[in-house]
Structure formats: C-alpha cells, structure tokens
Ligand binder design. Structure first.
Ligand SMILES: [Zn+2]
Length: 441
C-alpha cells in the first residue's frame, strides 16, 4: 500500500487515525466472519475492541482465549450492522435509521457497548408513532428494555384507538398483546376490543396453518379470549351484533351473558368474563390551535367579561374540565370561574372557582370541574369562563367540528358571548373528558 510512504498520521486526530487504520485494515489482528452465510469478512484491532467492550475483552484476552484463535464467527449479525458497531467503537460515530436501529441495538447489547445501546433507545423513543409503536414495543420486549417498553405502553394507552388499528398490532406476541388488551388502562369500548382480538387470533390461525373460523380463533386464544369484557358491552350492541354473529362464544356463555347484562341481579355470574370497567382515561378535544402572535397589540384578549361557547357531542361522555389560555407575562395570577350549563334551561351542571398561576413558559392550562359532568349525545351545552387578571393568549385557528377517537364535538356560537369567543376563535381551546366513570363512582 502506498500509505507506507505517505505521512497520513500527522494531519489527523487520534480518532481519525483509528478510523484510517480500521478502514484501510492496517495492522489488524482479528478477523470476523459475519452473517448466516459466513462469507462476509471484517478485520479489526483487538486493542480497540478490548478497550471499548467488556465482552470483547473477555473474549479476546480472557482465560478461555487461545492465542492462535484470531478468526471469530458471528452468524447472528450481518456485515453492515457489525461495521456500524465497530465504527462507533473506533470513533463514537453512528448513523441510526428506522431500518437499522433494532439490529444495531441487538449488536450493541450483545457486546455491551452501552452508550450505543442508549443512542438506539433514544432514537426509538423519539420516533414512536401510531404506525410503529407495536414494532418498537415488541423489540423492547425481546431486548428486555423495560423503560422503552413502558414508554410504548403509555403511548398506546394515550392513543389506543389509532394504535390498535395499525397493521402491525396483530403481529404482537401473546404476552404483549395480552398486556395491552387485558389492561384496565385501555380506554376502548368493548365492541372495539372484540374485533381487534379476533383479528389477532385470525393471524395466529394462519401462522398455525389452520382454517380461520370463530371456533379455531377461540381455541388459539385460550384464556386470552377473556380480555374481551362482554358483560360491560352495551346490551343492544351485544344482542344485535355479537350474540348472533360470533360463534367464538358458546351458547351457554351467551345465555349467561344475557342474564347478567339484562337481569336486575348484577351479581349473576357472567361465567369467567370480567365485569369490571376499564379505567376512565382523560381525553382531550382541542378545538383551537396555536396561539396568536403576542405582538399584535391592538387585538389582545381582554379579561373580565365572560367567554361563552356552545357544543354538542356524538356520544355520551363525561366532561372533566377545560383547557384555557394563560397570560403572556412572566408570572400572572387569575381568578377563574367556569360553569357548564344545559343550553335549553340554563341549569348549571358543573362549576369551577379557583386561582390560577400562569407563566410565559406555557400557553395552555388544565382546569377541572368540581365534579365530573355527564353530557348526553345530541344535546346542546354551554361553557362559560370568567377570568380576572392580566390579558391572556387567544387563538383564531379553530375548528367548529373536532373528532377525538370516534367522538365528534360540534361547536356553536353562543349569542350571549361578550368577550369575542366564538365557535372558531378566542379562549377555551379545549375540553377534557372521558368516556365513562369508573364503576365505583
Ligand atoms: Zn412481545
């Protein structure tokens, strides 16, 4: 090689010299054959590997190492992934992408290059979306990455409706699938849980090469079938859409369930099915988007008058509270009062009376009604908010119809508003709600 006569060393940093030695295979003293075929070969330096990985140190310098043994076979890692691992060990540089991250994480963990494993975990956590969360969760399970696993679970429980409908969701292993579908934290109606469980079971039937029938699905599900909480389904839905169509349930179970659901005596057995409601989960309907530019002096949101807006919803829900805009000063204190009223008779259904501290670091704040308020589908309600304090943020980019999961909110102008809030602008950027309250309340 020409480089014997060129001074490539003097102009480079230590790291650059290491990389040059590695890339040009100068003075290397250990060779790896990689991948299933074993045909790909990479050479490296024991000195670097031992100084960067306790596993390589034990392998190359430990008591079981014999001196003539300088070719190592690694069938479970492909060449490009191993090169990425070595490159990080030589230079601390790595290019992580969605395509290589799980394989690099595997290699980094295998050789205990923990800084690299952390970079992979960070990449995964930063890139969780409804499309890939199942894949990341399954990898976290395989690699025993508890923190990442928990983050994926929280993400799924915050976006259940979107996550369970992704294609990869039915590729989850039994344990991960059961962890999610069996959880009290899963905020989904049971009539949505059933088809998701049957879809997962159909995939298992195909994997086992048996016909996809309701009976076979039930067989492959085994005890996992009981994650569907039939007893808390809407009776009408159960009668119209489940009892007649789903032969995964036996006739005896259908009778038990009907008697439990329709009977006065709720202590009647529902077989092995779980009768407990899942936990209420706070959902957010965001009707207004980003805040307006604070420099528009002549259009500041005034306080001291009542902001009012009306709404109706497509499903029965329970309103927990509101989101309101705070002040634009470094620190502001407000007296906030709010009433949730039945629009037709003005009856006050919920109220808030509180002090609120706001800072310039945050634009929106959650405030809760003293008691949750049951809101019925199709009826019109009015929200009134009275704030006393400095001027607040406001927004002009609103939507008069907002869908959260399968629940649609429709907003209307309240003719008595005296502060400029309307169905698409002003204060009151969101509503906090849940589908139902826990059974015990
Ligand atoms: Zn799993």
């Amino acid at each position: 090689m020409d480089d014997y006569y060129n001074d490539w060393q003097s102009t480079r940093t230590v790291t650059e010299c290491n990389m040059f030695m590695f890339q040009n295979q100068i003075g290397s003293d250990v060779t790896f054959t990689l991948g299933q075929s074993g045909e790909d070969v990479v050479s490296a330096h024991k000195y670097v590997l031992c100084s960067r990985s306790s596993v390589f140190f034990a392998m190359l310098c430990g008591p079981f190492h014999s001196d003539g043994d300088d070719t190592i076979n690694i069938p479970d890692i492909e060449k490009d992934i191993f090169l990425a691992l070595l490159r990080f060990m030589y230079s601390e540089e790595v290019s992580i992408t969605a395509d290589n991250v799980t394989q690099i994480l595997y290699a980094a963990r295998k050789y205990s290059v923990l800084q690299l494993a952390r970079k992979c975990r960070d990449f995964l956590e930063d890139n969780i979306s409804t499309d890939n969360v199942s894949v990341i969760l399954e990898n976290a399970h395989i690699f025993d990455e508890e923190g990442l696993y928990q983050n994926c679970l929280s993400y799924i429980f915050q976006h259940p409706y979107e996550c369970v409908q992704s294609d990869q969701f039915s590729d989850l292993c039994r344990s991960c699938f059961e962890r999610i579908m069996g959880s009290d934290d899963l905020q989904l109606d049971e009539d949505l849980v059933l088809p998701i469980v049957m879809k997962w079971a159909s995939k298992q039937c195909k994997k086992q090469d048996i016909p996809v029938t309701d009976e076979n699905c039930r067989r492959v599900l085994g005890n996992l079938f009981y994650v569907v909480r039939f007893p808390i389904m809407n009776l009408q839905h159960f009668a119209d859409n489940v009892a007649g169509n789903c032969s995964a349930l036996t006739e005896k179970e259908k009778i038990e369930l009907f008697m439990h659901m329709a009977g006065k005596n709720k202590s009647l057995s529902a077989g092995r099915f779980i009768c407990r409601r899942r936990k209420p989960f706070k959902l957010v309907c965001e009707r207004l988007g980003s805040v307006e530019n604070a420099s528009i002096e002549n259009f500041r949101w005034k306080v001291g008058d009542i902001d009012k807006v009306d709404f109706s919803v497509s499903h029965n829900i329970v309103v927990l509270g509101l989101i309101i805009f705070g002040g634009r000063l470094e620190n502001s204190t407000y007296k906030v009062a709010s009433w949730l009223r039945n629009h037709s008779n003005d009856e006050v259904l919920g109220d808030i009376n509180m002090k609120l501290q706001t800072t310039d670091k945050q634009t929106k704040y959650e405030i809760l009604y003293r008691k949750p308020v049951a809101v019925k589908a199709g009826l019109r309600y009015s929200i009134h908010v009275l704030m006393k304090g400095p001027k607040t943020y406001w927004s002009e980019s609103g939507h008069s119809s907002v869908k959260t999961q399968d629940i649609t909110f429709t907003f209307y102008d309240n003719p008595e508003d005296s502060n400029g809030t309307s169905k698409t602008r002003g204060q009151i950027p969101g509503i906090l709600f849940t589908r139902h309250l826990a059974e015990t309340e």
